[in-house]
Ligand binder design. Structure first.
Ligand code: NAP
Length: 252
């Protein structure tokens, strides 16, 4: 059995990634924070298609919760390991820089960057032992260009590009690849909340997108999932330390 852990797998991009990796033959461990209903929906969809998965709720910003949950998993799977880790979970707390409260700053950093540290550090030793592994970090084009009200988001996403490059060279000789995916605008709850915070309707936003996204449309979670699926596959065995944008040409 090949195991893949997808953080934030209950909704949006993480759900599409979980479903696609299950189609690719992985037993998918679906992490989420609190939306049990959405997570159950992802699980049911995988199982209805004949795939295998389980739910693993924990808060990716809480090191104790991460350690306890993953220790239990490894203890009950003594001969197995997590071969693919997708660091996808993230929250946004968009605001003008001068208005960002300390609590919101740390929430975004903890659930994006620190989560990478705690979770990757726990799953990497077994990947090294097995000389096989994939770590895929979900960054954002906000890592490479600026957006008003998103300084905290850019801080995390740009940091993920740095850690991807640095870690990739540390583990390359062990046949472990570390890559980042940088989505542009993808229609999910995070994005719907962003529109709401800016008082922009979905219809209105589509008109705007046509003006500045060369492909004149917003992306789909399934398109990001296809890229992650490729990076997790043997076809991508010689690709590491890369950041691949998937944004309809937005950041070109
Ligand atoms: P989303 O629809 O809001 O889903 C967020 C997911 O993360 C949910 O599964 C949520 O779990 C989980 N999550 C949030 N905080 C968590 C925590 N502390 N612990 C565990 N799980 C947590 O978001 P999305 O749009 O799919 O975004 C996924 C990733 O892509 C994020 O890192 C985001 O920054 C990045 N991204 C998105 C876009 C975009 O346009 N959508 C663009 C660029 C990058 P619950 O269901 O339990 O809340």
């Amino acid at each position: 059995m090949k195991y893949a852990l997808v953080t934030g797998g209950s909704r949006g991009i993480g759900r599409a990634i979980s479903i696609q990796l299950a189609r690719d033959g992985y037993y998918v461990i679906i992490n989420y924070k609190s939306n049990h209903e959405a997570a159950q929906e992802t699980l049911s969809q995988i199982q209805n298609e004949g795939g295998q998965a389980e739910l693993m709720p924990f808060d990716v910003s809480q090191p104790d919760a991460i350690n306890t949950t993953l220790e239990q998993w490894y203890a009950s799977h003594p001969d197995e390991y997590i071969e693919v880790l997708v660091n996808n979970a993230g929250v946004s707390r968009d605001d003008m820089f001068l208005d960002i409260e300390s609590e919101d700053w740390h929430k975004v950093i903890n659930s994006g960057l620190n989560a990478f540290y705690y979770i990757s550090q726990r799953v990497l030793p077994e990947m090294i032992l097995h000389h096989q592994g994939r770590i895929i970090n979900i960054s954002s084009i906000a890592a490479i260009r600026g957006y008003v009200g998103r300084v905290n988001h850019s801080a995390v996403k740009a940091a993920l590009l740095g850690v991807t490059k640095a870690l990739s060279v540390e583990v390359a000789s062990r046949k472990i690849t570390v890559n980042a995916v940088a989505p542009g605008l993808i229609l999910t709850d995070i994005h719907r909340n962003f529109l709401k915070s800016q008082n922009i309707s979905e219809e209105e936003s589509l008109i705007q997108y046509k003006k500045y996204i060369p492909m004149q449309r917003i992306g789909k979670p399934e398109e990001v999932a296809d890229l992650v699926s490729f990076l997790a596959s043997d076809k991508a065995a010689y690709i590491t330390g890369q950041v691949i944008a998937i944004d309809g040409g937005l950041a070109v």
